[in-house]
Design a protein around this ligand. Structure first.
Ligand code: C2E
Ligand code: MG
Ligand code: MG
Ligand code: MG
Length: 287
């Protein structure tokens, strides 16, 4: 009996694995088509100053509306893109699109997420340079967001690439800070311009003294090392007040606007006093 049960269980397990695998394969196939046929789009989320009244920049975020399944979350399709190698094509498309669409908002900072696999390619810096040249986007308005996983086991190459990117004139941000295998040595060694406090800490600020302490520590660390600090996932007035008092330079979250179409961003920027040009205010440079 035990033997049979074991066998049945193994069968069910295998069937589930197969289903998962073919599901993934199908999505991978569809994603390949989506990239080739321009079925992806970018939405842009405002990044604002501490008082929340000035848009300093936007973060570009990928969106995929599948022809039959509807909207698929980046948390689902980005890992598929990474596993399949499609992230290289996707990442290039994202950068080119963000630079092309971003040109209609001169002076605004444009943040673009870069996956570890993309960043580790020996030709990554060349690709960035080429896209900047082809689109005519101002390098000083571009900020690339990478996560700690990009640096792990790749310290020397990452350092070289980062210095080359900085010499082109763009800025570098460490995304989701505090969630990865953070090493304080990384912060000293790599030329980051900005730390982005992960939204998991922001979410807990009001009810967790630990989260509040961590946020204070990250702000102190970032500021002490001469970096800008942004908070992600700001949803409430209380969170905003706390973060502002803690000394965060800029914020991003549903409180200040969900990611939206280029038209939506343009409409917001058209409101008087809604944004400050990087060129006009060097202090806002790193947003
Ligand atoms: P991320 O780079 O940390 O982006 C911020 C995420 O937080 C976005 O999720 C955004 O919609 C969400 N968010 C913003 N404000 C709030 C808020 O107030 N509350 C909550 N709960 N969430 C908020 P999204 O667009 O689903 O993207 C998830 C992740 O997928 C991104 O996290 C990024 O790691 C990745 N991603 C998205 N687009 C791209 C892309 O073009 N390339 C790469 N490599 N990764 C991308
Ligand atoms: Mg990001
Ligand atoms: Mg993040
Ligand atoms: Mg992330």
């Amino acid at each position: 009996r035990a033997k049979n049960e074991g066998r049945n269980r193994a069968c069910i397990y295998d069937a589930a694995m197969d289903a998962d695998l073919s599901e993934r394969k199908q999505l991978e196939h569809d994603l390949r088509e989506a990239i080739a046929n321009d079925q992806l789009r970018l939405v842009y989320q405002p990044i604002v100053n501490g008082s929340g009244d000035t848009i300093l920049g936007v973060e570009a975020l990928s969106r995929w509306t599948h022809p039959t399944r509807g909207d698929i979350e980046p948390s689902q399709f980005i890992p598929i893109a990474e596993h399949s190698g499609l992230i290289i094509k996707l990442g290039e498309w994202v950068l080119r699109r963000a630079c092309t669409e971003g040109k209609q908002w001169p002076g605004l900072s444009m943040s673009v997420n870069v996956s570890a696999l993309q960043f580790r390619r020996p030709d990554f810096v060349d690709t960035v340079e080429r896209i900047l040249r082809e689109t005519g986007f101002d390098a000083s308005c571009l900020e690339l967001e990478i996560t700690e996983s990009t640096l792990i086991g790749n310290v020397d190459n990452a350092e070289t690439a980062m210095h080359r990117l900085k010499s082109i004139g763009l800025r570098l941000a460490l995304d989701d800070f505090g969630t990865g295998y953070s090493s304080l040595a990384y912060l000293r060694r790599f030329p980051f311009d900005k730390l982005k406090i992960d939204k998991s800490f922001v979410r807990s600020i009001e009810r967790s003294a630990d989260a509040a302490a961590i946020v204070h520590a990250i702000v102190g660390l970032g500021r002490g090392l001469g970096m800008r600090v942004t908070a992600e996932g700001v949803e409430t007035a209380e969170q905003q007040l706390f973060l502002r008092a803690a000394g965060v330079h800029s914020m991003q979250g549903y409180r200040f606007g969900r990611p939206g179409s280029p038209n939506l961003i343009s409409a917001r920027l058209a409101m008087p006093g809604s944004h400050r040009s990087i060129a006009k205010d060097a202090a806002a440079l790193a947003g």
